[in-house]
Write a protein that binds this ligand. Structure first.
Ligand SMILES: [Zn+2]
Ligand SMILES: [Zn+2]
Ligand SMILES: [Zn+2]
Length: 279
């Protein structure tokens, strides 16, 4: 889901009322990585639902939560759905121990210079490492044997810049782009998709009719209908590689079976909470 998750606070429509009635909870977008050789774990983005997501990661990887929280953390940007879960690492909560936390330099400046986030660095709950090589296309290894490339993407810059991550294991590469304003830059698309096996792409809104009460141009995201047109060549060459994430609670593709079948026939899919890919 998009930053607010589902059910979305303040939404009194069927999308969220039915989720409340049926006890359905879908978390903001995040990835968990499990190294099956060492049982080390990595989290990509720290969402407001981090406690439940870390439990899900432990359950799916069969690594006891008591042994280790997680061993590494990547952050895409400073919007609440992507970093506000850091608050759970502090001494009022689990008081984590120097978790290597990989961010851009601007994201690092934001954390270190603003309360309450600065306290996490001061108290050594997190140990920030910036990916300085991002502009030079260098990779870094947040876990042994895992290669990550951070790629800057256009997105509303409130407190930090925004990055997408290409994460490569021994066999496969996944792309994680939870927030991007548009997909109209062919060079950027080439960089993002080159060598990728599975791409998790911002699918916040289905089309321009989705939010009748808000000016949708003020919250730019690529509409799924438009992304399908732009990304069709990738889906044609590798059907199923593109999985939409970061859906707004209002997005009809979450529940509309007809839209889901249509997307599937074109080679696209909506990512499922807890789905797994072998890297
Ligand atoms: Zn977001
Ligand atoms: Zn809703
Ligand atoms: Zn954002």
């Amino acid at each position: 889901m998009q930053d607010g998750g589902l059910p979305h606070m303040g939404c009194n429509k069927n999308c969220c009322n039915s989720a409340r009635a049926n006890g359905i909870e879908l978390f903001p977008a995040s990835l968990g990585i499990h190294d099956t050789k060492t049982d080390k774990l990595m989290l990509v983005d720290a969402t407001p639902a981090i406690a439940k997501q870390v439990s899900l990661l432990h359950a799916l990887s069969n690594v006891p939560e008591a042994n280790t929280l997680f061993d590494s953390l990547l952050l895409t940007h400073a919007h609440m759905g992507h970093y506000a879960g850091l608050i759970q690492l502090g001494k009022e909560s689990c008081n984590s121990n120097a978790i290597p936390t990989f961010t851009s330099e601007r994201m690092s400046d934001f954390i270190v210079n603003n309360n309450p986030w600065s306290q996490l660095q001061k108290d050594n709950n997190i140990a920030i490492q910036t990916f300085n090589g991002a502009q030079k296309n260098e990779t870094f290894a947040p876990l042994d044997g895992l290669q990550v490339k951070a790629i800057a993407v256009p997105h509303r810059e409130d407190f930090s810049d925004t990055f997408a991550f290409k994460i490569s294991g021994a066999d496969k590469t996944i792309l994680y782009v939870p927030d991007i304003d548009h997909l109209n830059d062919a060079t950027l698309l080439g960089n993002l998709f080159d060598g990728v096996d599975i791409a998790y792409i911002d699918g916040a809104f289905y089309d321009e009719n989705e939010l009748p009460n808000r000016d949708i141009t003020k919250i730019p995201h690529p509409f799924i209908v438009r992304s399908v047109e732009i990304l069709q060549p990738y889906a044609d060459s590798n059907p199923g590689m593109i999985r939409f994430i970061h859906l707004n609670h209002s997005n009809p593709a979450l529940t509309d079976k007809r839209l889901q079948v249509e997307l599937h026939q074109k080679g696209f899919g909506i990512a499922l909470q807890g789905e797994q890919v072998a890297l």
